[in-house]
Design a protein around this ligand. Sequence first.
Ligand code: ATR
Length: 271
Amino acid sequence: MTDYYCVFGNPVKHSRSPLIHAEFAHQTQQTIEYTAQEAPIDGFAGAWQAFIEAGGRGANVTVPFKGDAFALCDTLSHRAARAGAVNTLMVGGNGRTYGDTTDGIGLVRDLAYHRVALAGKRILVVGAGGAVRGILEPLLAEQPSGVVVVNRTAAKAEQLARDFADLGSITGGSFDTVNGTFDVVINGTSASLSGDLPPLPDALFNTHAWAYDMMYGAESTVFLQWAGPRGAKLLDGLGMLVEQAAESFFLWRNVRPDTTFVREMLRQQLR
Ligand code: ATR
């Protein structure tokens, strides 16, 4: 019997999730069908309800519905409750909706895949929106020596630092509070989309440091283009996309797909 899944977004037609999950299903011999569903901007809850009434078992949720998905869940994972966002929905046996977020674990797994050490390292996170809130718990769980969050709107970075202070060493502030050098610098702003670059100091990277952009694309992002000549090794968010999908697939199917092939397939498509 076929089990039905989808990704909800708006717009969603460029989503790579159907391709990724079809490959995972093929590889693990799971009989599923996974489609892209455009939900109306103000009608996410109705779209999810209609999907489960038609036999849907679970869904991924992307921009702009992660907050709406969070709001409709009957039960939330601990990490989704912290993140205030849900990217993975599933229907329980009792018909109740369970929500989780796999974005943060996707980032941490991608860094591990590339052998980027986090334990004992100094990490700078640029941005303080929903995407950043979703990665802080898994990042702090890796026990870096410290996480600094900076944002155009400093108050949001300061708030995040307060919200996650019980999980490790984390401070927040404006761009001009950036001080010293870092082992890993993660861009979690959407500034790249508009071609903008957050104003960061030139001497930002330690020797052997990594610059990570949570966005991905054929062209390296504005942030990575800036970071390369300043000595950092570069990673875009393609691996994070694949790893968050793998974690969702695992939650639904209880089998862990191998991500290497899918990473290579997507990278080739982007060339
Ligand atoms: P997301 O879900 O992608 O995190 P968001 O919650 O709207 O979306 O957050 C967008 C992030 O990108 C914020 O940190 C935002 O900074 P502000 O909080 O000051 O708005 C940041 N951002 C967007 N455009 C930016 C730009 N041109 N320069 C610097 N930061 C920018």
